[in-house]
Design a protein around this ligand. Structure first.
Ligand SMILES: Nc1ncnc2c1ncn2[C@@H]1O[C@H](COP(=O)(O)OP(=O)(O)OP(=O)(O)O)[C@@H](O)[C@H]1O
Ligand code: NI
Length: 324
């Protein structure tokens, strides 16, 4: 993997404003993504995956949160310090995002074609083109995600499409104009397994064909294993383990990742078991030391008092734990 980094999230902290105080959700997130790399963010519900990627594109309403610390470098520039115009350029020409809920991402009162033309119009490539050329860009994008009869779909309203079709349209929108990075928040979780698999394959093929870098969120290590080059395991607003995908599976180090592995359904039966008991901590009153300490089988006094840093334990495999 080339060493050039396209995205560097450094010690990102994000607190949501809540009644009487703050919900201290992100507590120092560290993630590096190299050019052309497919990175997965994995962790259970509520661990802050969506919050992390939404902060990359600055799409959380401003009055809802504060960022007490951290940096997000995209191609070497700190996104958190960008003005509105620079941020617009990133959104319209650099990074595209597929949201968790495909239904919410599409506006029910406009046709698929109208919405896709809007994206073309807003983009670098689309602006100078005439109406016919813009429409052709849209139709090609619909073909690219293997939807038959794009001309007909162009005039459809979102409610005339199935969930899987909607998710594909979202992917089509995200790849319609050339971008260097794609962020996909659990694409397909709302869908049944076979459709989900097709959506993943389509996404994967397009990202590879276009040489894009991918940040993909999933709560499933199994999905991450199939689709990513590297995995960043999140627990309660921190990255606890980070490595090449094969490393994560062959040399699982963090006790939380070990627990997640036990929850991966095994081929050949055995069913789903969870190796981790308990729940994610209350973000308003999080544990003082390691956030995983209350659920950890290897917990010591040190873990309860100090927060372990994410440290390289060799060949880029990083772990945040005192007791490996
Ligand atoms: N606007 C908000 N205000 C207050 N709390 C919020 C807000 N948005 C999210 N949260 C809280 O932040 C925490 C992390 O949420 P987030 O959606 O980032 O997690 P996630 O890992 O993406 O979960 P899931 O797998 O369910 O999508 C949750 O406890 C959530 O309730
Ligand atoms: Ni989420």
């Amino acid at each position: 993997m080339a060493d050039e980094r396209i995205l560097e999230i450094k010690d990102l902290k994000l607190w949501y404003k809540v009644y009487k105080g703050y919900s201290k959700v992100l507590d120092g997130v560290n993630i590096d993504v190299h050019k052309g790399e497919k990175a997965g963010i994995v962790g259970e519900a509520g661990c802050g995956k969506t919050t992390t990627v939404k902060s990359i594109l600055n799409v959380i309403p401003e009055h809802q949160y504060i960022i007490p610390g951290g940096e997000i470098f995209y191609k070497g520039k700190d996104i958190l310090k960008m003005n509105t115009k620079e941020m617009d350029q990133v959104r319209s020409g650099e990074i595209s995002m597929i949201y968790q809920e495909p239904a919410n991402a599409l506006n029910p009162v406009f046709t698929i074609g109208q919405q896709m033309l809007d994206v073309v119009n807003y983009s670098k490539q689309g602006k100078g083109k005439n109406k016919g050329e813009q429409k052709e860009m849209v139709l090609q994008a619909i073909r690219d995600v293997f939807i038959p009869d794009p001309e007909r779909i162009f005039d459809y309203y979102p409610n005339q499409l199935s969930g899987g079709m909607k998710q594909r349209i979202c992917i089509a929108m995200a790849i319609m104009t050339q971008r260097d990075m794609m962020i996909a928040d659990e694409p397909g979780t709302a869908l049944d397994v076979t459709i989900q698999d097709q959506v993943h394959k389509t996404l994967n093929r397009l990202v590879e064909e276009r040489n894009m870098s991918l940040v993909m969120i999933t709560h499933s290590l199994g999905v991450a294993r199939e689709l990513t080059d590297s995995i960043h395991v999140m627990y309660a607003g921190t990255v606890v383990e980070s490595a090449k995908t094969s490393e994560v599976f062959n040399r699982t180090l963090h006790p939380y990742t070990v627990g997640l592995m036990e929850a991966v359904p095994r081929l050949g039966g055995g069913g789903i078991q969870s190796g981790i008991y308990g729940a994610i901590p209350d973000y308003q009153y999080p544990p003082k030391g390691c956030r995983f300490a209350p659920r950890c089988s290897r917990v010591t006094e040190q873990c309860r008092n100090c927060k372990p840093e994410l440290k390289d334990v060799g060949s880029g495999h990083k772990v945040a734990c005192f007791n490996l």
